[in-house]
Design a protein around this ligand. Structure first.
Ligand code: FEO
Length: 183
């Protein structure tokens, strides 16, 4: 008896997204290692923690594919690309890769809507919200480096930024979560 509840199209898209999340984990690992080598331990810790989050995203999708009775296909992960040339470049690259990931999440939402696969549509809403958080976090990083001087940030400003990131929470707070009682 056929128990697969995912179309071939959505199973392929979700498997591809698993690889995207794994690639994001590799990107954060690569950038964290770069930051550590340069002596930015606060930035490195922040990025290492985030690499773990990306792996959790991959596992969340993997478990969903299995629960829907479809096949998980684990493939090679593409290389993370060139390492950053500066903290500013690092944060710009992070923002760019999160925006790309959002586009790929939205495309799966569109596919699930076209197929009227409401289970997948509903599952993907968690990722829609998560991407808003991730983009907000990346925008916050860009704001911090901009205040520090962007590409021209001096050692003092980078030292302060590095210390600041040691204490930065892993998740950004979203406008949609703000209430009058809890602004
Ligand atoms: Fe899983 Fe940063 O996207």
């Amino acid at each position: 008896m056929e128990t697969n509840r995912l179309s071939n199209t959505l199973a392929k898209a979700l498997n591809d997204q698993m690889t995207n999340e794994a690639l994001n984990a590799q990107i954060y690992l690569a950038y964290a290692s770069w930051a550590s080598e340069k002596g930015y331990d606060g930035i490195a810790n922040f990025l290492f923690r985030h690499a773990g989050e990306e792996r959790n995203h991959m596992m969340k999708i993997l478990e969903y594919i299995l629960k829907r009775g479809a096949k998980v296909v684990v493939t090679a992960i593409p290389a993370p690309g060139a390492e950053p040339v500066s903290v500013n470049d690092c944060f710009e690259k992070i923002f760019k890769s999160e925006v790309q990931n959002t586009a790929s999440i939205y495309s799966i939402v569109n596919m699930s809507m076209a197929e009227k696969d409401w289970a997948t549509w509903n599952f993907m809403q968690w990722f829609v919200k998560e991407q808003t958080e991730e983009e907000t976090l990346a925008i916050d990083l860009l704001s911090k480096i901009k205040i520090a001087g962007g590409e021209n940030a001096n050692d003092d400003a980078l030292y302060t930024l590095d210390k600041d990131l040691e204490k930065t929470p892993d998740d950004a707070r979203l406008a949609q979560d703000v209430t009058a009682a809890n602004p």
